[in-house]
Design a protein around this ligand. Structure first.
Ligand code: ADP
Ligand code: ZN
Length: 217
């Protein structure tokens, strides 16, 4: 299964994708995570990327495509993948089309106020990257990861000004891609109108779509 997940920042795509990864046994690959790893390592690419990420802007295509190409060459991606945060430009979509056959594109449809509430309450584990939310998915112990005991932090770009910039960038650059995949008959909408909908409900909806697609083949 080669699958893409689209959704505005804060649509929960990282959370759903990592759950789908365990169920489907294919890696969840987030280009945002790939970029953040480079920034953390302080690599040459990371230093350049950091300036864009901090402003809520897109990192140049070449950097992203190089990072992703390297990741997709690892053996675990042979069985398939769940791509999260890619493609974000038509250029990136062309790269995919030239190299892989995509089976399904999930489009998470989420209202703005749900996004802003969710992002301003999002917490991430410094050590293992697990995602929590003060309102919807709180850790058992305040500010501490349930899984590894690591310290939880708020992402620098989850501040309200940056959230608004990221939403604008998403609408402008990424929504044309939704049409691109809709025209190819690959896109399925999944609605998440309520902040309190448990992630498992959305994951189940996505799994039902996957089953439908498999039975159509
Ligand atoms: P979000 O929650 O905003 O979807 P991500 O973790 O997917 O966050 O990405 C964080 C940042 O990394 C983005 O704001 C952007 O600067 C950069 N980035 C991630 N994926 C891409 C991509 N496919 N193309 C360009 N920039 C990207
Ligand atoms: Zn952790």
């Amino acid at each position: 299964m080669r699958m893409l997940i689209f959704g505005p920042p804060g649509s929960g795509k990282g959370t759903y994708a990592s759950r789908l990864m365990s169920i489907l046994s294919v890696p969840h690959i987030s280009t945002g995570d790939l970029v953040r790893e480079e920034i953390k390592r302080g690599s040459e690419v990371g230093i350049v990327a950091k300036q864009y990420v901090e402003r809520g802007e897109l990192v140049p295509d070449k950097i992203i495509i190089d990072l992703l190409t390297e990741r997709l060459q690892k053996p675990d991606a042979e069985r398939g993948f769940i791509l999260d945060g890619f493609p974000r430009t038509i250029n990136q979509a062309m790269f995919l089309e030239e190299n892989f056959k995509i089976d399904l594109v999930i489009n998470l449809v989420v209202p703005d106020e749900v996004i802003i509430q969710r992002l301003s309450n999002r917490l991430i584990c410094k050590r293992c990257g697990a995602i929590y939310n003060r309102l919807t998915l709180p850790p058992k112990v305040d500010e501490i990861c349930d899984i590894c005991g690591g310290e939880l932090y708020q992402r620098e770009d989850d501040r309200p000004e940056v959230i608004k910039a990221r939403l604008k960038v998403y609408r402008e650059n990424t929504e044309p891609l939704i049409n691109y995949y809709r025209e190819r008959g690959l896109l399925r909408d999944v609605y998440c109108n309520d902040l309190m909908t448990p992630p498992d409900i959305i994951v189940r909806k996505i799994l039902e779509i996957i089953e439908e697609i498999k039975s159509e083949k």
